[in-house]
Design a protein around this ligand. Structure first.
Ligand SMILES: [Zn+2]
Length: 82
């Protein structure tokens, strides 16, 4: 029975520990894309997606999630899968 759960890894996990070695690559911001690319764009608005399609996909998924926030997980899967 764990008395003290180690919480620290959860905080360090989503920092920049994935791109070891090859410079600082950015993972595409789309949750359904695994593309990585060299950072570009304005410093105040860095490029977050590998292409425009991924940008739209991420936006769409976010909006769909908002629209389905009151559904159960099973219902969400049913809606998405058709
Ligand atoms: Zn992408």
């Amino acid at each position: 029975m764990p008395v003290t759960a180690p919480v620290l890894p959860a905080f360090t996990l989503d920092k920049s520990d994935e791109s070891a070695g090859s410079g600082k690559l950015v993972k595409c911001g789309s949750p359904v894309c695994h593309e990585v690319f060299a950072p570009s764009g304005l410093a105040i608005e860095p490029k977050r997606f590998c292409n425009n399609r991924c940008r739209m996909t991420a936006w769409f998924i976010k909006k769909a999630g908002e629209a389905m926030k009151d559904l159960t997980d099973a219902e969400v899967i049913k809606v998405i899968r058709g």
